[in-house]
Design a protein around this ligand. Structure first.
Ligand code: UD1
Ligand code: CA
Length: 449
């Protein structure tokens, strides 16, 4: 049986209090909508239709070529599903209704839910038991333990409010039955909306069968506000850390390390406490990321040693055995095998050849306020401490640049280049200098203005 996922992303997200549409808020380094779409894909959905509001231009941009339908104006979750009716006009199979604010749902759960319909049920809902049901619809069972209806929190009476079996939101139903049932759902509720949840009571009154899959509550966390977002992030981070450790990564203090779903960390990497690894990273086997480092969009080869206190920004591409030490920032830079930049350096828009040593305080001056320029340094070169490399510039293989230099012309292979200001020395002048300063401080001598 074919499956179509309808992902609802048209709500106003009022409780987020944000200029950014709720589906584009990130967990684990990616938009919540991306998680929902990927779960739908992984569950084998044949079609995925995302329902957007007219206002969500940025969400539509993000979707690109992927299929969507417009709900206008947003009048509830049931109304949002009806917006996908036209797109699925000729579709006969299982419709899986998903939410863009439920990012942790697994494809296995979606498969189980869709399986209920394939096995002959008309409607299948997802429920979980919780001691904190606030914000969720309550699942009301009849005397035989069958699902009778779902009551939204704002519509509950005292007895229903106390129910701890709640609706995860995601549902499956036969299509086109789903749309037929929604036609009969009215807006007689506290929010004057067409609730998706009402297909349960409407279906029951027509003799439809309703199955309830029970899962753990964590994967069904619905993100309505920033507190929920932080909870979802915490749950996802815990999963990412577990997955990293299972794949052979040492995390010395897992709770202090923040990972991204879109980064790859190879085996035998060690990550010290308080490290952030953002999106688009690939960290090669045996590398060590020392404490308090921040890495995003960086590729590292095998056995690199990074930090402590290093900042690797997007476009950093290091080969094997590269050492980047404390207070070094890199961006858009290619580093050959064994390059060392051990302290206090900025390398941007640069290419550094294998085994080159970059001294403390070296700065690639890559920006003139308008445009950016590249710095190319060859292999086996030595850049002395406190050097400014004014790009565009090329330093040859084996070249040596003396400490404290500002270099704005190219340096040939194996040349030694440096700049020096004139050095002035006044022999034995320090004691008299000190005496004069002391006298001024103690008021024995006038301060010169
Ligand atoms: C919904 C369920 C509730 C369940 C909870 C689980 C309904 C009526 N209620 O409540 O039973 O316990 O999820 O998290 O279904 N949306 C639209 N168009 C709209 C309204 C909403 O596309 O007009 C989308 C939202 O963008 C969101 C999803 O539907 O992705 C859920 O909407 P939301 O308002 O968050 O529903 P809840 O109040 O959480
Ligand atoms: Ca919600």
């Amino acid at each position: 049986m074919k499956t179509a996922a309808i992902i609802l992303a048209a709500g106003q997200g009022t409780r987020m209090n944000s200029a950014l549409p709720k589906p584009l808020h990130h967990v684990g380094g990616r938009p919540m909508l991306a998680w929902a779409i990927d779960a739908a894909k992984a569950s084998g959905a044949d079609r995925i239709v995302t329902v957007l509001s007219k206002e969500s231009a940025s969400t539509q941009d993000w979707l690109g070529q992927q299929e969507f339908a417009i709900q206008h104006p947003p009048l509830g979750t049931g109304h949002a599903v009806l917006a996908a009716r036209e797109a699925l006009a000729n579709f006969d199979g299982v419709s899986l209704v998903m939410f863009a604010d439920t990012p942790l749902v697994t494809s296995q759960t979606l498969v189980a839910l869709a399986g209920q319909i394939a096995a002959g049920q008309d409607i299948a809902i997802l429920g979980f038991e919780t001691s904190q049901p606030t914000g969720y619809g309550r699942i009301v069972l009849d005397a035989y333990g069958k699902v009778q209806q779902i009551v939204e929190e704002r519509d509950t009476n005292g007895e229903e409010e106390a129910i701890t079996l709640v609706n995860g939101g995601i549902m499956a139903a036969r299509s086109p039955l789903l749309f037929d049932l929604l036609e009969s759902v009215d807006t007689s509720n506290a929010q004057n909306e067409i609730y998706l949840t009402d297909i349960v009571s409407v279906g029951r009154s027509r003799g439809c069968s309703v199955a309830c899959e029970i899962t753990g509550g964590e994967e069904l966390i619905g993100v309505n506000n920033r507190t929920d977002l932080a909870r979802a992030e915490a749950l996802l981070q815990a999963q990412l850390r577990e997955a990293a450790m299972a794949s052979g990564v040492t995390l010395q203090a897992p709770d202090t390390v923040f990972l991204s779903a879109e980064s790859v960390i190879e085996r035998d990497v060690t990550i010290e406490p308080h490290v952030v690894i953002g999106t688009g990273c690939h960290i090669g086997e045996g590398s060590i990321i020392k404490a308090f480092s921040h890495i995003e969009g960086a590729r590292l080869g095998a056995c690199c040693v990074i930090g402590p206190f290093a900042r690797l920004r997007p476009g950093t591409n290091a080969a094997d055995g590269v050492k980047i030490g404390n207070f070094v920032e890199t961006k858009n830079v290619i580093l050959g095998d064994g390059v060392k930049a051990s302290h206090l350096t900025y390398l941007g828009d640069a290419e550094i050849g294998a085994a080159t040593n970059i001294g403390a305080g070296t700065i690639t001056c890559n920006f003139d306020g308008f445009n950016k320029y590249r710095t190319i340094v060859g292999k086996n070169a030595f850049i002395g401490s406190n050097t400014a490399l004014v790009a565009p510039i090329a330093i040859g293989d084996g070249a040596i640049v003396g400490a404290g230099s500002t270099i704005s012309d190219d340096v040939c292979d194996d040349d030694i280049t440096f700049t020096r200001a004139t050095v002035e020395t006044r022999q034995q002048a320090a004691p008299a200098f000190r005496n004069r300063k002391k006298a001024i401080k103690e008021g024995r001598e006038e301060k010169q203005t």
